[in-house]
Design a protein around this ligand. Structure first.
Ligand SMILES: [Zn+2]
Length: 387
């Protein structure tokens, strides 16, 4: 039994471009969870997107390396499945951040064998931490390198427009501190920063996560696709997008068919520890994001969602679904890049040193101890590994 059997979805293998290692587990538990996740959700390929790190607390110093480790091990175990790893980037948020430093990060992640880069600076709180525009010249050599080496970028920019409106933001979003008051840049201003990056680096292969938070404006989406030929969107919820699509389902169906080469599957599935049986994955409501996306794209009859009300799905044809579910991912990423084992082992060691000298740190002692263990496992594995 898999998720596809349970809901009667189309027999198209999934390539999920938006997975995170969010929870603190021993790295081999995370590997097992990702393995089960791929089996349950019928994933032929996944991309693990590294979480952004900085020199403040709440850091997960080994996040990128855990992604490389899971990629390497799972790819060895399953020749018919493919795991990819995108690197998150690191900020000091002070004068130690330099153009040379960001360029060095791009070179290092490329040499280590990452398949792409994940940028989270456009999450409004992160943009405030960054304290500079995302198209600031400090990032030019970084993006020039990514463009030159054809390295895909997945970027989170903004939040739903309601988060800028005290009268429209949900109680939950307000409570968790996502309201953007007048000290924040507007959503339009932040979008302009990203488009300015594309103006400077027009061959940069940029995918905007969560449909660029533009699901309320079909015309704007079509204009952007016309203006920026390398730009793509992913469908990672942001469930509000399905509520917005449901207001004009016929127009959006036409849009999805027309731009099927520019839209790809993503789910924000995490390494949830559901260790009992595989079918536990099908009963946990938190894991329903894949189902929200699949039902919305595949089903024809309206269905109820507890947060988004009545959704009117698109009932897309198999050709369109195949492009969105796997064709675009494979075209964008090709085969997983080989991991540079010795450099990854050295980096794991350097990361432990960065934790020891306080450059990076975890929130609690327990978490710190776990990450030291994880970095040990990763270093030892890659020390003894040739790819
Ligand atoms: Zn995400």
């Amino acid at each position: 039994m898999t998720n596809r059997d349970k809901f009667g979805y189309r027999p198209i293998p999934l390539c999920d471009g938006h997975i995170h290692i969010t929870f603190a587990h021993p790295v081999d538990t995370t590997k097992k969870i990702l393995d089960d996740t791929m089996t349950w959700y019928n994933c032929e390929r996944i991309a693990i997107l590294g979480l952004q790190q900085d020199s403040k607390k709440h850091c997960d110093p080994g996040n990128n390396l855990k992604a490389l480790y899971c990629k390497s091990r799972l790819n060895r175990e399953y020749p018919d499945r493919h795991v990819y790893a995108f690197s998150g980037i690191f900020h000091h948020y002070d004068e130690r951040d330099t153009a040379q430093g960001y360029l060095a990060q791009a070179k290092a992640l490329y040499t280590m064998g990452f398949d792409g880069v994940k940028i989270l600076d456009g999450k409004p709180k992160m943009r405030m931490n960054l304290g500079r525009r995302q198209d600031d010249p400090i990032f030019d050599p970084f993006y020039a390198f990514l463009e030159e080496h054809d390295i895909p970028v997945t970027m989170h920019l903004g939040d739903p427009p309601e988060f800028w409106d005290i009268n429209k933001i949900s109680e939950y979003a307000l409570k968790v501190g996502w309201y953007c008051d007048e000290t924040y840049p507007t959503l339009e201003e932040m979008r302009e920063e990203v488009l300015s990056i594309l103006d400077k680096f027009p061959r940069l292969r940029l995918t905007m996560a969560h449909f660029f938070f533009l699901s309320q404006d079909l015309e704007a989406c079509a204009d952007l696709f016309a203006r920026y030929p390398t730009l793509c969107f992913d469908l990672t919820p942001g469930g509000e997008m399905f509520e917005n699509f449901s207001k004009h389902p016929d127009d959006w169906r036409t849009f999805f068919i027309r731009y099927a080469d520019r839209i790809s599957l993503g789910t924000d599935t995490y390494n949830y520890d559901l260790h009992e049986t595989l079918s536990d994955y099908g009963t946990n409501a938190d894991l329903a994001r894949t189902n929200l996306v699949r039902k919305y794209l595949e089903w024809s009859e309206p269905f109820e969602h507890p947060w988004y009300g009545t959704l009117i799905p698109l009932g897309l044809d198999a050709d369109t679904l195949t492009k969105i579910y796997r064709g675009n991912f494979i075209r964008r990423l090709g085969a997983p890049r080989p991991v540079n084992a010795s450099l990854t082992a050295e980096t794991a060691k350097a990361m432990r040193e960065a934790m020891a000298d306080g450059t990076m740190c975890c929130e609690t002692e327990e978490r710190t101890a776990l990450e030291y263990q994880n970095l040990d496992i990763i270093e030892n594995y890659f020390k003894n590994s040739e790819e």
